[in-house]
Structures are given as structure tokens and as C-alpha cells.
Design a protein around this ligand. Structure first.
Ligand SMILES: [Zn+2]
Length: 131
């Protein structure tokens, strides 16, 4: 029996299950040592999740700033009617903020491309509501 040539062995392709989705995919056998084995689809999904997450966080900062501004205006305002308007704005923006936190959790949990698309649309809707 011949011992496998260690140099050539690096270029042998192996079918392994992805650590995330479980789908089998091909790797070079020297990649086996490189820790968690994740397929290209999952790597791309992870990138999209990161992008969407940072957009949501960016938007949350804007909403928080805006709530703060309305709170300051509320303190200085004398007219009851105007106070109610500011109060309603704060309430609405707080609701959107809560929704965006729920959305972040959903994005974190998902491992499905189709949900990322759905969450992206939800986020766009939230952004429209908050402006
Ligand atoms: Zn995968």
C-alpha cells in the first residue's frame, strides 16, 4: 500500500457538512484544520446579516436622538396642544424603536436568505414610519 503524498493531499477535495446549515459542500482537505467549516452561502448570509444589523443600529441611533430632541422641546413647551403633538411623536418613535429591537433579534436568529430579504423590507418600512 502507498502512503498518501502529503503535498498532493492538500489539494484533495472533500465533501463536508456545513457547520451552520448542514448542507454538504466541497473543501480542500487542508482547510479541515481551519476551524469551523462554513459553506459559501452561509458566509454570504452572515455578511448580509451584518450589513442589515448595522443599518438598523444606525437608524436606532437617529431615532433615539430624535426622541431626545422631542423630550427637550416638550420640557420647554407651554402650549398644551403642542405638548400633545410632541408627546405623540415621542410615543410613535418609541414604538418604532421597540419594533427595531425585535427586528434585530430576528435578524440575529435567522439562517435563511429569504427572511433577510423580508427583514430588509420591514426595516425600510420602519424607516419610512419614523421619518
Ligand atoms: Zn452553510
Amino acid at each position: 500500500m502507498n502512503m498518501p503524498d502529503s503535498n498532493n493531499d492538500k489539494f484533495v477535495l472533500k465533501l463536508v457538512p456545513c457547520a451552520r446549515c448542514g448542507n454538504p459542500f466541497m473543501i480542500k482537505s487542508d482547510q479541515l484544520k481551519s476551524g469551523e467549516l462554513i459553506c459559501d452561502n452561509c458566509v454570504k448570509l452572515e455578511q448580509r446579516k451584518k450589513q442589515l444589523t448595522s443599518s438598523v443600529i444606525e437608524s436606532q441611533k437617529e431615532i433615539k436622538t430624535s426622541i431626545k430632541e422631542y423630550e427637550d422641546k416638550l420640557k420647554l413647551e407651554d402650549s398644551q396642544e403642542q405638548k400633545i403633538i410632541f408627546y405623540e411623536k415621542i410615543k410613535k418613535k418609541s414604538e418604532i424603536l421597540t419594533k427595531s429591537i425585535v427586528l434585530l433579534k430576528k435578524i440575529e436568529k435567522t439562517n435563511d436568505e429569504k427572511y433577510i430579504e423580508e427583514y430588509k423590507q420591514l426595516f425600510e418600512k420602519l424607516k419610512k414610519e419614523s421619518s
